[in-house]
Design a protein around this ligand. Structure first.
Ligand code: UD1
Length: 367
């Protein structure tokens, strides 16, 4: 049985690393599944892609579709056309997609239309925000998925409500947290740690890349200024996403405590996060990592598809109005931030559970 594992954009790579490790471990003890690693090329810079393969010991992709950047439709269609061609040359028995990026949706559609079954890791999560391309990607992918691997009971319920029978839903835990746990002993400070006089809990990490926060210069500038004020002079470390960098090109000067750095490799980014006094972000995956590490997290969005990071973890939705940051930082500095705990089954074993299910369902010819 040949499983295609699809990776396309940065947040996919931590997730596929866990599944690949589990597949290889199963192979070494007689497991029957083989895999073909397909990189769509949605992200292509070393800082957004190659560095993660090296640090997380992900093998070289068997195939790189090299689609590159483009509008939503250009990128999605390029992935579909190229992946379909690959499948017509050599079919696989299952297409395993992770997360909610354009590569996730595009490959699942191409595979399903050729009669190849689809497994979706991180299925069932919903923000209810249809302005996010990721929400559309999630719903479309789940509408044609055969095997749903979920991270939470809320995701299970979302799937049940949409009519998915229980026997196709597998609550396995969180592959991103598998990779976090597996690499915690390897994390390391970035080269600028000493240059910026960073110390445990004396700085804030900021990541912003959602179009609603970064595509308009005035919004982005106001947000960074409000965070810089909230930090009360402490360093604000801002690893900048290429999309955000484009907007900031023409910006007026930012407050002196804003330190813009390149996108960080995985081991350095986790080190920075673990030691930060807080993280301000619009990413979804980072809210899961801060929850597990117990680091206060302020999310600059109005919704989340990962509600357990708020109800169980250390995350809070601050919204997109920069004025709301002041009160959030006040609570942080007054030591009134919640402590949180770790959500159910986020225990580092999701990849193993996924592979065990696949061995079973593919071995006996499916459900
Ligand atoms: C994509 C995902 C988003 C994910 C994010 C993580 C979709 C719809 N969005 O958003 O869910 O959270 O990745 O980073 O799939 N660029 C580079 N180098 C690269 C890749 C991109 O410079 O290696 C630049 C290009 O100018 C491109 C822009 O960044 O136009 C945006 O990249 P794109 O893949 O379209 O979306 P992201 O904003 O990265």
């Amino acid at each position: 049985m040949l499983v295609d594992i699809i990776g396309g954009a940065r947040p996919n790579f931590m997730k596929i690393a866990s599944v690949i490790r589990a597949l290889e471990s199963a192979q070494s003890t007689g497991g029957s599944l083989r895999y073909r690693l397909v990189h769509t090329g949605q992200h292509y810079d070393a800082r957004m892609s190659g560095d993660f393969f090296v640090q997380l010991n992900i093998p070289e992709p068997d195939v790189n579709l090299e689609v590159g950047s483009g509008t939503q439709a250009v990128q999605t269609s390029a992935i579909m056309i190229r992946y379909e061609k690959l499948l017509r040359g050599q079919r696989s028995d299952l297409c395993l997609v992770v997360g909610d990026v354009n590569s996730t949706m595009a490959c699942s559609i191409a595979a399903k239309k050729l009669g190849i079954r689809v497994a979706h890791v991180e299925a069932g999560i919903r923000s209810g925000d249809w302005t996010m391309p990721e929400e559309i990607n999630r719903v479309v992918t789940d509408s044609i998925t055969d095997f749903f691997f979920t991270t939470s009971e809320v995701a299970n319920q979302n799937l049940r409500r949409s009519g998915i029978p229980d026997e196709r839903i597998f609550f396995v835990g969180n592959t991103m947290i598998d990779t976090l746990n597996a690499n915690m002993g390897r994390i390391k400070p970035p080269a600028f740690w000493d240059d910026f006089a960073l110390k445990h809990r004396n700085y804030v990490i900021v990541t912003l890349h959602r179009p609603s926060n970064v595509d308009e210069l005035s919004q982005l500038h106001a947000t960074l200024t409000a965070i810089a004020d909230g930090c009360r002079g402490r360093p604000l470390i801002f690893p900048i996403h290429p999309r955000t960098a484009k907007t900031l090109q023409d910006a007026a000067p930012l407050p002196a405590n804003v330190r813009i750095v390149e996108p960080q490799p995985y081991l350095e980014f986790i080190f920075l996060t673990k030691n930060a006094m807080a993280v301000v972000t619009d990413s979804g995956g980072i809210t899961e990592e801060t929850t597990v590490m117990g680091v206060p997290c302020m999310t600059l969005r109005n919704t989340t598809e990962r509600p357990e990071t708020v109800t169980v973890g250390t995350n809070e939705l601050i919204g997109t109005n920069p004025a709301a940051l002041r009160a959030a930082f006040d609570r942080l500095f007054e030591n009134r931030w919640k402590t949180g705990s770790i959500p159910e089954k986020w225990d580092g074993k999701a990849g193993q559970r996924i592979v065990a299910v696949l061995e079973q369902v593919l071995g006996r010819g499916g459900l």
